[in-house]
Design a protein around this ligand. Structure first.
Ligand code: FAD
Ligand code: FES
Length: 354
């Protein structure tokens, strides 16, 4: 296949070729180079990088996550940018995920339990004859649907010898796959998955204290990363915040409280946004506000956050305003799947053109 342009990464000097029509992220993945990403649809901003030389265009989705970014920052979205010349970019490389090969495999549902009124826990084991999935704590997988569409879900545990994968699936109103999981999926059913995906993984090359912020089922990858640091015996302080509307939505609160006995310096706070639904002892408010009330200056921290796009957007803006360098903010935004976002964005563009 003909290559058209070359991308050079400023910090490491690594280079990779692009095929016609490829995004920078796709070409990097093909070359085995891990650059940060989450939604793959242009809306979450986790793949934001700086363009130092060259030009690109956005023929797929519009770069929604760049809105409000001053042109002087020369920002690009790696998941959508298709180069029209050679590029030189400044992007964070996540080398820790590069050693693990992404693969498709068949799995079987070994357990399914209601965790909260609208959340089911689903446990998957490799189908007979299939290899175990390898992943780093915090990564996600795609469930492959029969019609070629995919639905992303974070893996809530860290890899073990039994190969079991734990998912926390929230039932989305009007959502095709999550409705089917809630109503129809049963133990023994087979699914096809692809993984591991994503770059929301532990950064072990830091000595800074860590803050973890989860919203709803955003608890899943946070759980995996926190349990990884606990297992490592880290002495770095960890403050974990988990926000939800009602107390029953903090569906593994007992487990999170138990971490405080197992770790050197770990605190856990459940934060309830609906004051009518908060029992005594639980904090009331928005979870990102609780983080900032406790730590108004974030300049000395690493922050990991995962959950609904509105929470992620608030954290991206307010935590950086509170002194957190952008390259120490790691996040997964639980947006809808790329095909749905593409349709929604195309609909918006259609309305705007009329
Ligand atoms: C990296 C990542 C990790 C994630 N991890 C988790 C996790 O661990 N747990 C979890 O619960 N969720 C997670 N999510 C979110 C999860 O992937 C979505 O909730 C899921 O894809 C919804 O699938 P669905 O088929 O049920 O809904 P869909 O059928 O995709 O519909 C989603 C919503 O969009 C609406 N919609 C669909 N098509 C259109 C359209 N054309 N125009 C307008 N509206 C439309 C539907 O009515 C519905 O409200 C994650 C997302 C990402 C990106
Ligand atoms: S905007 Fe590119 S991965 Fe989300």
């Amino acid at each position: 296949m003909r290559t058209v342009f070359t991308v050079t990464l400023q910090s490491s000097g690594r280079q990779f070729p692009l095929r016609p029509g490829e995004t920078v992220l796709e070409a990097a993945q093909r070359a085995g180079i891990a650059l940060p990403y989450s939604c793959r649809a242009g809306v979450c901003g986790s793949c934001k990088a700086t363009l130092l030389e060259g030009h690109c265009e956005y023929p797929r989705n519009p770069p929604v996550a760049l809105s409000g970014t001053p042109a002087s920052q020369h920002a690009i979205l790696l998941c959508q940018a298709v180069p029209t010349s050679d590029l030189r970019i400044e992007a964070r490389e996540v080398t820790s995920v590069e050693d693990i090969t992404r693969r498709q495999l068949d799995v079987v549902v070994s357990d399914k339990r209601l965790l909260a009124p609208d959340v089911v826990g689903v446990w998957l084991t490799p189908a007979p004859g299939q290899p175990r999935l390898q992943w780093l704590p915090g990564q996600y997988l795609d469930v492959l649907l029969d019609d070629g569409r995919r639905r992303p879900f974070s893996i809530a545990n860290h890899p073990g010898a039994d190969g079991v994968i734990e998912l926390h699936v929230r039932h989305v109103a009007g959502g095709g796959f999550t409705s089917w999981v809630a109503d129809t999926l049963k133990v023994g059913d087979a699914l096809r998955i692809e993984g591991p995906l994503g770059t929301f993984v532990p950064r072990e090359d830091s000595v800074r204290p860590m803050i973890f912020m989860a919203g709803g089922t955003g608890f899943a990858p946070v759980k995996a990363v926190v349990e990884h640091f606990i297992a490592l015996g880290t002495r770095r302080p960890m403050r974990v915040y988990w926000g939800a509307r009602r107390a029953e939505d903090l569906y593994q609160r007992g487990l999170a409280q138990g971490w405080m006995q197992r770790a050197h310096a770990l605190s856990f706070e459940g934060v309830i946004s609906d004051p009518e639904q908060a029992p005594a002892g639980l904090r009331v408010g928005l979870v990102h506000e609780a983080v900032l009330e406790d730590q108004p200056d974030l300049s000395g921290h690493d922050v990991y956050m995962s959950g609904p796009p509105a929470m992620i957007d608030a954290g991206r803006k307010l935590f950086v305003d509170a002194g957190l360098p952008e390259d120490r903010l790691y996040y997964d935004s639980f947006d809808y799947a790329p095909d749905v976002l593409a349709q929604i964005l195309a609909g918006r563009a259609g309305i705007a053109e009329r």
